[in-house]
Design a protein around this ligand. Structure first.
Ligand code: NAD
Ligand code: TDX
Length: 338
């Protein structure tokens, strides 16, 4: 089987490529990535010489390039991880989110229609469902929860999901969609909460917490997400949406305090800063469908996953120090004014 993985130089796509190249030596994995600020080929070092792996630099919204690639490679499966993924950046500059997340997705769908495909899989997010109230722990997102987005990021992701479903209904394209909760783990870009806290705490720098730190996220270790996607692509039903999550709800403050405690750093590093505009209060996934239908179960709890993640950042300082020593500093100063 020949699989095009888009966004494979990013956090989740990178973890997926490392997993799939190793697990399926008989498959060909083509990693297609534009190498934006979030793409990093260092992540792929362990597989770069493997015979079943190939990297191609390119933009999923570049129609001519994508059509040429599909004509040449004739992939059996496309798994679309490529996206602009940071909510804060979408608030500053929505346009690129429309281009990559919406136009990029429809370009891939058109190429799949034109050249034929066994399965197109869209990697989506819990954020398409909007948010849940903090005082109703009984409420969870299911696959039938209406789409109700808050940020330019989630609106672009939801729009892409609607196109994927339209291409299934209108053209019969064999698609699937997964919507996962917040991921964490190795190779996570340090603009996102968990790697930002780990990297800054290790440097004894202030940690920005939005608002009162009361917002809740449902955390899943990245390899559990990758295994779920693999299952859906191989065994999931066409035209279906599958929610992915492991029932690991934490307030942001709990997450920050846990990391500081494990690292032996003081809570005085926490700095409460102006809240994110439109900040979603709570995400919580109901993964019953993927659990009962496909037998998926997460292997990590938050407690084991966060320890493994911190160990990874301690043992791979070069990976993240290279990032924060570059253009990232300008982003941080502009975003946080600190
Ligand atoms: P990321 O920002 O770490 O990586 C995105 C990758 O896509 C980068 O390698 C980047 O170079 C590439 N890319 C960006 N624009 C491109 C373009 N036009 N053409 C080709 N490649 C391009 O993102 P991530 O956190 O790994 O997220 C991957 C996917 O998973 C996204 O679709 C995201 O919406 C979804 N998701 C993320 C989370 C999470 O917690 N991070 C949770 C649920 C779903
Ligand atoms: O400096 C910060 N301080 C802070 O309090 C940052 C970067 C975040 N936060 C808060 C905002 C959120 O409530 O922490 C929480 C997590 O923030 P992010 O790491 O930016 O993730 P989130 O906005 O929840 O979105 C993530 O999960 C869903 C991913 O970035 C998305 O790509 C994915 O779809």
């Amino acid at each position: 089987m020949k699989i095009i993985v888009t966004g494979g130089a990013g956090f989740i796509g990178g973890n997926f490529v490392l997993y799939a190249v190793d697990k399926y030596p008989q498959d060909q994995i083509i990693n297609l990535d534009a190498l934006t600020y979030a793409g990093n080929l260092e992540t792929l070092k362990p597989v770069e010489d493997k015979p079943n792996y190939k990297f191609v630099k390119g933009d999923i919204a570049d129609r001519e390039f994508i059509f040429n690639l599909f004509e040449e490679e004739k992939p059996d499966v496309v798994i679309n991880f490529a996206a602009e993924s940071h909510v804060d950046r979408s608030i500053t500059d929505p346009g690129i989110f429309v281009r990559t997340n919406v136009v990029g997705t429809t370009t891939l769908l058109d190429a799949c229609r034109t050249f034929g495909i066994g399965r197109y899989h869209q990697v989506s997010t819990d954020e398409v469902y909007g948010d849940l109230p903090l005082d109703r722990p009984d409420l969870l997102f299911t696959e039938t929860t209406p789409l109700h987005t808050s940020s330019p990021y989630s609106s672009a992701k939801a729009s892409a999901d609607l196109f994927v479903q339209a291409y299934h209904r209108t053209y019969g394209l064999p698609v699937s969609i997964s919507r996962c909760s917040n991921n964490y783990g190795p190779y996570h870009f340090p603009e996102k909460l968990i790697p930002l806290v780990i990297s800054r705490a290790l440097n004894d720098e202030e940690i920005p917490v939005y608002g009162k730190g009361e917002n809740v996220r449902d955390w899943l270790y990245v390899t559990d997400h990758c295994k779920a996607i693999d299952l859906i692509v191989r065994k999931g039903r066409e035209g279906e949406v599958y929610n992915i999550g492991g029932h690991n709800e934490k307030t942001n403050l709990e997450v920050v305090q846990t990391i500081l405690r494990i690292l032996g750093k003081p809570e005085s590093l926490i700095k409460y800063v102006t809240d994110r505009p439109g900040h979603d209060l709570r995400y919580a996934m109901d993964p019953t469908k993927i659990t009962t239908e496909l037998g998926w179960q997460p292997e990590h709890t938050f407690e084991t996953g966060i320890k493994d993640t911190i160990d990874w950042y301690l043992n791979n300082k070069e990976w993240w120090q290279n990032i924060i020593s570059g253009e990232y500093q300008n982003y941080f100063t502009k975003q946080y004014k600190m």
